[in-house]
Design a protein around this ligand. Sequence first.
Ligand SMILES: [Zn+2]
Length: 327
Amino acid sequence: MSFKDVMGHERPINLLQRAIAQEKVVNSYLFLGNEGIGKTLVAHQFAKALNCLEGENRMDGCDRCLSCKKIDRHLHPDVSLIEPEGQTLKVEQVREMLRGLAYRPYEGRRRVFILAAADRMKTDMSNTLLKTLEEPPLHTVIILLANNPRWILPTILSRCRSIRFNPLPSHLVSDWLIKEKGLEEKEAYLLASLSEGSPGKALEIKEEIAGIPRKELLAGWMGSKSLSIEEKEGWIESLPSQRENLHLILEMAKTLLRDLIVMKTSMEGSRLIHSDLSEEMEEIVGGWDLSSLLKRMEILHHTSRAIRGNANTRLSLEAMMLSWAEG
Ligand SMILES: [Zn+2]
């Protein structure tokens, strides 16, 4: 595959292609965007275009020459992807990369180092890397991939050309899941709705999603007009305390509530994410007015934002359940 086969990300690809065409490729890039969104894929296509044997200043890899083929198979000696082993990048991994920088490209025109999870580097490592970014070796392109720019040293940020990768539209993700991964339409649509525009995340949450009791969430919580203290406590106890898992359940709750709102307003052309639960939803939605549904959506948004922002999960859930009862 090459740039032209990448799903979405027209803007970043455009910027990179223009840089090649105008011979303005810089030594260090920072690709920013959600995990699993396609940053590594684009970085690889960039490396292919930079080294394609069909000619210099090509805007895209040819996919036929030896260089393109080697990069596709991760066998090109001048193109390396450095990914964390475990949670963070290890000092040794970064050192090894930096050692490689001392040499000219073996067979390509440019050495390309793709450093994943650059926002999960320890400070001493960042400082080592910074020295290289300040005096980048010729014929070298370093591409840092990161999700959260707040965790990257400002001195590093200032040395890189930042390129932002926006979430992909949900329909692109679901089409991809159906065509490339063979998923059924219903599952693909649900996963895409929860993926935050990231195909990688859609695949990652597949198993987890299957384990979430959607029917119970809908009937026992989303669809309940009022909850007793015991029921509220019960829900808080039943929800996972781990931030990431809890976040996913709240996102799932949002999609259920979103479907109820779609049904209530009979929005034309909007399909249900949980079409298999439409009977249950029909039953619930009759007893609701739109403003209460919208208010609950707001509560959910507020809670999931707070939990993302490191608020105490238990307290946030208690506050949410309290407002829930008032609705
Ligand atoms: Zn080629």
